[in-house]
Design a protein around this ligand. Sequence first.
Ligand code: NAD
Length: 236
Amino acid sequence: MKTLQEIVSGAKRLVFFGGAGVSTESGIPDFRSTDGLYNQTYAYPPETILSHSFFEMHPKEFFRFYRDKMLCLDAKPNKAHKKLAELEKKGILAAVVTQNIDGLHQKAGSKSVFELHGSVHRNYCMECGKFYPAEYILASKDVPRCECGGIIKPDVVLYEEGLDDATVRGALREISNADVMIVAGTSLTVYPAAGFLDYFRGRELVLINRDPTPADRRASLVIRGKVGQVLDEITV
Ligand code: NAD
């Protein structure tokens, strides 16, 4: 913790790169922990349900899973989200790059957030492009429909879909300009997001995760712990 504090205090451009583990302390399950979604039983594996072709072929089943497991609208930011918002306000943190789609960084007050996989809070009619909030998707039955009759699709990146160009460019710019990067709450197994670490050219790479990750040996500091608890101990 002392080393982490020194690294953060000395940072000029800190970037945080996070995944589902950042929101587990807010009660949102991740994918790969023992109590994560991959270890619960559904008719299809989560990667199949959350793919573009499944969405096209079985929209009703897709939305049943999506409403049940991905729309956690009552979740509140935890200590990790709050500390990151505070670090940004103090001018230490340049950006959060997240694989999460839950919008909790913005709810905590973060402004510079790159959502690589989109957000449950943006939903568009596939016919006319009309915008709908997440509450509309949650309240709808079966497949959510626009007033024009079109299907409403959440603006989240499904398997088989590409990432948004502008978001990728912004995230890579921040990562390549950072002197310190904290990577936390991610198994670093989902590509291309996990490959973004290769763009970091700064001094200190810090990894905070409950389980080991493939990037541990590249890090200058590895902390095995809960990201909310660890970040909460940083003084700004
Ligand atoms: P993952 O489920 O593959 O891995 C999560 C990692 O976080 C694990 O290594 C686990 O050990 C660690 N972890 C869990 N809780 C932690 C905690 N409190 N403190 C520290 N570490 C903790 O998640 P991923 O790498 O982000 O990949 C999953 C994909 O699924 C992402 O692309 C993301 O888009 C999506 N997803 C998003 C949400 C969300 O928006 N909250 C939730 C589930 C999945």
